[in-house]
Design a protein around this ligand. Structure first.
Ligand code: FES
Length: 122
């Protein structure tokens, strides 16, 4: 099992968002914190995907990093499922099967694992 880090953009907001209300990204972050998944949750300000808010990224040592958008503040349980899939992945890729629907259509990018010194020697 890999240690997964969930970065959540807390400044994400949707079009028409009421500026008096908490930002949708902050609401998603709060919901995830309440769910207490077996992952580290890190709040960040902007993941460069502002037009397709809400946004999270999932990363783990030796695994691909995934950025997902078009999420809602209620997507916390789906984020937990997706994080679990990445954490349990043997090859570091998040399997398609078992992904919650928002994680099938909301993928913004996937980034290869950071190369190690052993990789560079090959
Ligand atoms: S404000 Fe959330 S990705 Fe930019």
């Amino acid at each position: 099992m890999r240690d997964v880090v969930i970065h959540v953009c807390v400044t994400c907001r949707h079009e028409g968002w009421d500026p008096e209300a908490p930002r949708p990204g902050a609401r998603l972050h709060a919901a995830l914190t309440r769910l207490a998944p077996p992952a580290r949750i890190v709040a960040v300000e902007c993941l460069g995907n502002c037009r397709r808010a809400c946004t999270v990224s999932l990363s783990a040592p030796g695994a691909w990093t995934y950025v997902f958008g078009d999420l809602t503040p209620e997507a916390g349980p789906d984020v937990v499922v997706a994080a679990g899939l990445l954490g349990a992945s043997a090859d570091g890729l998040m399997p398609w099967r078992g992904r919650p629907e928002p994680f099938k259509r909301g993928m913004i990018a996937r980034i290869p694992p950071f190369p190690t010194l052993e990789d560079a020697a090959e």
